[in-house]
Design a protein around this ligand. Structure first.
Ligand code: 13P
Ligand code: SF4
Length: 299
């Protein structure tokens, strides 16, 4: 393993490459990453890097966003089939028909979506900035795609606007129930609960904090409690334990299998072969980039 890590480090230097990793990646990927973050931070980092190659360790829509925000750079991924089931729950044609039913509404698109869907949208958002973005829009009606749970959460934060949700959901977060959280409160009475906004509304109602993956680190740092139960993908518990070793984190066995496809071996192969490069079709790239740029402006 030490050998693979040193080979990755050597190739990164030789090729002027940077490794960006999402919080749900395997811990061994954290060790070779130049930057670990939530979707918003990864977009910001991808937009500003001077490196020639971005190795993106996350899922497909994240690498696509990196490619849109820094079109001069080569964006490569270890597993091109690492996707996001929620992103696949909205197709451009269906969105076009939906927009016709709500002609005055502005379309806010969670970054967990394809570039083709982003191109049909007015502005993107992430779990870190969804309410902030929606609040600033000059429209009373907002079509929010594709996550129904994030849409419901934004509605609680921005009651002055009418949120029209799409029906998508994240299979990793949507399985969590109210009963489960009530059980946690009994078995872990000293732990505060931190939930990702992709969880169901009735789960979020029981949480002490609702935040993006990076927001969870800040929430746990500021909260005087010493124990936390984390309601999101299981990798986040490891990330929190590394960032805040003085605190104790309990988590779930809910795994995003797509996020876990990347391994040290596949990162090394990706750097060696510079495969697979992510490209965004010309006919959707400009529209998708506009939606992402508008989000970064409003963040
Ligand atoms: P964050 O932007 O909070 O990291 O979330 C991304 C994601 O895919 C959550 O399931
Ligand atoms: Fe998509 Fe859910 Fe995996 Fe996040 S955790 S990448 S929303 S399937």
């Amino acid at each position: 393993m030490k050998d693979i890590v040193s080979q990755i480090e050597k190739l990164k230097k030789e090729k002027n490459a940077i490794i960006l990793a999402h919080s749900y990646q395997r811990p061994e990927i954290y060790d070779v990453a130049d930057f670990i973050g939530d979707s918003l931070q990864l977009c910001q980092e991808a937009a500003r890097t001077d490196s020639s190659i971005i190795v993106f360790c996350g899922v497909h829509f994240m690498a696509e966003s990196a490619c849109l925000l820094n079109p001069e750079k080569k964006v490569i991924v270890p597993h091109v089939d690492a996707g996001c089931p929620m992103a696949d729950m909205v197709e451009p044609d269906d969105l076009r028909s939906f927009k016709k039913k709500h002609p005055g509404a502005v379309v806010v698109c969670y970054v967990n979506s394809s570039a083709a869907v982003k191109a049909e949208s007015d502005v993107c958002c992430t779990s870190a900035n969804a309410a902030k973005v929606v609040r600033q829009l000059d429209a009373e009606e907002i079509i929010f795609i594709p996550d129904r749970n994030l849409a419901a959460y934004v509605q609680t934060q921005v009651p002055e606007k009418k949120i029209i949700p799409w029906k998508g959901f994240c299979p990793v977060h949507h399985t969590l129930t109210k009963d489960y959280v009530e059980g946690i409160r009994e078995t872990h009475p000293n732990a505060n609960v931190i939930a990702h906004p992709e969880c169901r509304p009735e789960v979020l109602m029981l949480a002490d904090h609702v935040c993006s993956t990076t927001g969870m680190i800040e929430a746990a740092r500021k909260d005087p409690a010493n124990e936390f139960f984390i309601l999101t993908e299981c990798g986040m518990t490891e990330r929190l334990s590394r960032e805040l070793p003085e605190k104790k984190f309990y988590g779930l066995c809910n795994m995003c299998f797509d996020m876990k496809k990347n391994t040290l071996e596949s990162v090394l192969t990706c750097l060696e072969t510079e495969e697979t490069e992510i490209k965004v079709e010309k006919n959707v790239a400009d529209g998708a980039r506009d939606a992402l740029d508008k989000m970064l402006e409003l963040s």
